[in-house]
Write a protein that binds this ligand. Structure first.
Ligand code: HEM
Ligand code: ISQ
Length: 151
C-alpha cells in the first residue's frame, strides 16, 4: 500500500523528538550498531582511532543526524510520490562512499535495527508498532536506493 499522511506525520514528529536530544541519541545509535557489528568500527574514520564512541565530537553527532534526516526525507518522498529518488549527486556520493567501505546487506539490517531502537528511545511512551513500521519502510526504501547506487 501507499505511504500515508499519518505515517509521514509519525516519522516527522519523532524526528523532531530525536533532534531534541542528539548528544545522547547519536551515541546510543553508534553503540547499538557497534554491539551488533563490531567490525563496522574500523570503517568510520571518526571512530576507528578512539576507545568506544567519542562523546563530544561534532562530526560524530552530525553524521548520525544525517542518517535520520535522510530517512525522514524518504518518508516525505514516499508519501508525495510513492518512491525514494535521491538527487543524482547524492546518490553517486552515497553509493561510492558505502561501496568503498565495503558495506554489506547484513550491516544494513543492523543499522535499521539500531535506528528503530534509537527512535523508540527518542519517543518514549509515544512509541507504537505503527510508528516503528513507518520508519522501517522509509529506511528500507532509502537503503534500496543506496544499494542500487553502490552496484
Ligand atoms: C557514510 C548515510 C547505511 C557505514 C555515510 C554518510 C551518510 C550515510 C549521509 C556520509 C557521507 C559523507 O561523508 O558525505 C547512510 C544511510 C544508510 C547508511 C542513509 C542507510 C539507509 C550504512 C551502513 C553502514 C554504513 C549499513 C555499515 C556499517 C558508513 C561508513 C561511512 C558512511 C563507514 C563513512 C564514514 C566516514 O566518513 O568515515 N552514510 N548510511 N552506512 N556510512 Fe552510511
Ligand atoms: C553513516 N552511515 C550509517 C550509519 C551511521 C551511523 C552513524 C553515523 C554515520 C553513519
Amino acid at each position: 500500500g501507499a505511504f500515508t499522511e499519518k505515517q509521514e506525520a509519525l516519522v516527522s514528529s519523532s524526528f523532531e523528538a530525536f533532534k531534541q536530544n542528539i548528544p545522547h541519541l547519536s551515541i546510543l545509535f553508534y553503540t547499538l550498531i557497534l554491539e551488533k557489528a563490531p567490525a563496522a568500527k574500523g570503517l568510520f574514520s571518526f571512530l576507528k582511532d578512539s576507545d568506544g564512541v567519542p562523546q563530544d565530537n561534532p562530526k560524530v553527532k552530525a553524521h548520525a543526524e544525517k542518517v535520520f534526516e535522510l530517512t525522514r526525507d524518504s518518508a516525505a518522498q514516499l508519501r508525495a510520490k510513492g518512491e525514494v529518488v535521491l538527487p543524482d549527486a547524492i546518490s553517486k556520493h552515497l553509493g561510492s562512499v558505502h561501496a568503498e567501505k565495503g558495506v554489506t546487506d547484513p550491516q544494513f539490517v543492523v543499522v535499521k535495527e539500531a535506528l528503530l531502537k534509537t527512535i523508540n528511545e527518542a519517543v518514549g511512551d509515544k512509541w507504537s508498532e505503527e510508528l516503528s513500521a513507518a520508519w522501517g519502510i522509509a529506511y528500507d526504501e532509502l537503503a534500496a536506493a543506496i544499494k542500487k547506487a553502490m552496484s
